[in-house]
Structures are given as C-alpha cells and as structure tokens.
Design a binder for this molecule. Sequence first.
Ligand code: HEC
Length: 465
Amino acid sequence: MPSPLPRLRSPGWLCILLGLLAPVDGPAHAAAADPLAIERGAVIYRQGTCPVCHHWQGQGNRRGPDLTDDEWLHGDGSLTAVRQAIETGFRHGAGRRFRGKYEMWPFGGMELDEPDVDALTAYVWSLHRRRRAADTLTREVVSRIAFGSGADQDRSQPVWDTVLALRPQLMLMLGNSVLAGTSDMDQLRLQYDKLAAKPGFAELRGQSRFLATWNDLDFGHEDGGADFGQRAESQQVFLDFWGVPPGSARRGKPGIYTSQRFGPPGRRLQVILLDTRYHRGPLWRVSPNEAADREARGMGPYLPNDHQRARMLGEEQWRWLEEQLRQSADLRLIVTSIPFVMEFSGWESWANMPLERMRLIDLIRTTRANGVLLLSGDTPWSEVSRLDGELTYPLWDITSSSLNRRSGGIGPNRHRVGPATSEPNFGYMEIDWTQADPAIRIELRTVANRGLLRQTLRLSELQPK
Ligand code: HEC
C-alpha cells in the first residue's frame, strides 16, 4: 500500500531546525511546537514500530521507557537529544534500566526520510511538554496533607482555623464540600458562595493548594449518579469554584476526575481523585420496612448489585485510571468520595458494586501499582479500614466524615481497624521522606486538634511483592 502520509512543506520545518540549534528553553522551542509537524509525527509514530516498545502514546512499557515524563535515560529531553536517540537507537539497552533486555534499532528499524525524522522528533519532544502542562508534576516535595469531607455551609466551620495552624501544603476535599443537593445551578453556586465566605476557608485557600472531588450533595443529587440530569452543568459549577481555567481539557471531559503528581523520584506523591458520581449506575435498595430495621443498627438501605453492568467509574475513567497507576510515584493517594474497603454497611460504598470493587483491586494488582492508600468520606462515621489478602500488600482506606457535623450511629464494617468515631473531624497526614523507609503518619483530629484515630504506616508496607 502506498504511504498515506502526505509530504508536507510548511515553514514549521524551519522553526524545528532553528529549535535544534537553540538552547532548550529558548523562544525557538515554542516555534518548534508546530502543530502540523507534531500531528504528522504522531501518525508516523503510531504506524511505525515505536508503540511496540513505547506504547501508543509514549507511556512506555516493559520493552522501552516512558517518553512522556521528565526523566530521560539519554540526554536532556531537548529536541537535539530526542533526535539523536531516534537516529542512533540503543544497542542492547545502553542505559541502566533496559540493559541486556531490549534494544532500539536506529529509527526504530524503520526507513524514514529527513522530514519524517523531523516530524517524529517534534512529536516525541512534544509529549513530555504536553504532559508537563497537563499533569503539572511540580517539583515541590509534599509532606503535610490535610483532608476531609462533608462541610455544612449553613453552620460555622471552626475546623479551618485548626487546619490552618498545621500549614498543610495540600488540602484534599473528599466530597460534599457543600451540602447542596439541588438541580438548580444558581442555588448550587449560592451554596459555594457561603463556603467561600468562611474566613478560615478563604485563608486556607490562600495558603494551601486544594484538590477536590465531589460527592452526592455537591454533585447535586442525594446518593445520585449518572441519572442526575444536571450533571454536565454541575460539573462546570464545580470546576468554576475550584479554579479550573476555562480552557482546561477538564472542561470538555465528562466527569471531574483528575490527578496530580508532586516531588522528584523517591519522594513523589501522586494524588488521584476519582469521580464516583458522574458515571455511576443505579443502586439497589432494600424494602422500606427493612430499611427502617437496618437504620436501627446503623446501617443504610443499599444492597450489593453484582450485575455485570453495575457501573461506578465508566470506561473512559477506568482507562484513565490505569494510565495514572502506571505512572511512577512513591505514594499514591486515591481519593474516592465513598468508602472503598468498608464492608458491609448498606451505606454508599464500593461494596454496593462488588464487581467494580474487584476491578479496582485487580487493576492495582495488574499495574503493580505501589504505594496505594485510599482516602474516603460520605459515611455517617469515621474510621480506618484495612483489606488483607486481595493484594500482595494491605489496602488501607481512611474515612473522614464530616468536617462540622456530629454524625449518627456507627454501623458494621468487617475491615475496620480500631474504633470508629462519629465526632466531626479532619484528617492530617505527615510523610517523613527523610527516612530510608519513609513513615506516613495519619491522624483524624477534632476541631480542637485532639487526635481521635491514628495510624502509622511505612512506605515499605505498601509495596507489591
Ligand atoms: C524494540 C523496542 C523499541 C522500539 C521499536 C523503539 N524503541 Fe525507543 N527505546 C527502546 C529502549 C529499550 C530504549 C532505552 C534504551 C536504554 O536506555 O538503554 C529506547 C529509548 C528511546 C528514546 C530515549 C528515551 C530516553 O529516556 O532517553 C527515544 C526518544 C526513543 N526511544 C524513541 C523511539 C521512537 C520515536 C521509536 C519509533 C521510531 C522507537 N523509539 C522505537 C526501545 C525501542
């Protein structure tokens, strides 16, 4: 078949040549990012041998390194270095990681003419730039993290002053940042306004970086999911409030899931925030009589739905999550607005969709994701849960709910570690990266900064075997 690739003559080539000669961050770099050249390079990449060893979008696999990150085995990631890598290839894996395993032939073993190589270079070079902009891998080492869920905007929120004093670098909102539950978007915005007007909250936003997911009531519908008619509008309100710029890719994608990484290799924290609302299918309930009966025992009205099609995240989000879990990180906090490990309380939790719950466990196993720790909210009480025997390391889930409301009775959970509490609380985590085996100290604290529940983990306890 004749090559479908059109020969392209555009002034972009000059820019790329200039880019080759210019220092890495010189102005010519911007010009080298000629979208046409990059697009053509992407086609050459995908139709060529590259994906065999570097995956479809350069994420890498066991045959070849990730081309989208900022870690380079050869050179500095400049256009010159990328071009040289493509031209010369690597015999028997010249670098440390692939030594003696796989080699890359010059041009990946393909016949490429000069413009092809230019385009391919521009594409590969653009990958890590784009990724850097997209997931903002910041250089900051994060060691102080606060988290919490459920903030009643119609009450005072003294908790923010307590959190402020701890000077967390990150504040993770696990859902229900406002208790709105309305399909009227003006109403929803009004509730957010009330939160924004809390002085402690405003000060903390000025001081710490916030990352948020939503739960049912800031999504807009109590225990709601994909059937909530205003979900697309609500997403925009959410992104507005949490300061996501109008041009962001997150604006056009259904669901608010996102992730971010912080710190250099060895001290790298990844925060993955799931959206357990936008795509979630229907829940199964017990009869009203049984629900009343359950309530007396601190239990909620839901039943496990083991239907094949029971859906928590939706396919797009699952694919995305797999990509995140394959990125390099030392500690990964997976934020899920509803508890993951807890079983079985009858309230909203992943246990209501056992196959989806198993799918996440399997995904952590097959990606060999290290350092996974879950943070969740929603439940009428707070607790620490540990799931043994499913992965080669225990899966911990820290549930904190709520920030300023005393909750109801405490229901069953066979994975609970220690006591549960219904006192209002927030979570605080300190990571001591200076130790050879970093310690992760996690505490749920009252508004008076008194420790309620405590759990210390070592990073070595969160490694796949
Ligand atoms: C048969 C497997 C294989 C194929 C096919 C292949 N590569 Fe590679 N590539 C590797 C390996 C292995 C390395 C790392 C070598 C080492 O460090 O020892 C590498 C390294 C690179 C690097 C340098 C990365 C760094 O971190 O410094 C670039 C750039 C690159 N490849 C681009 C490409 C492109 C573009 C193609 C398609 C034309 C391609 N490769 C095809 C296996 C492959």
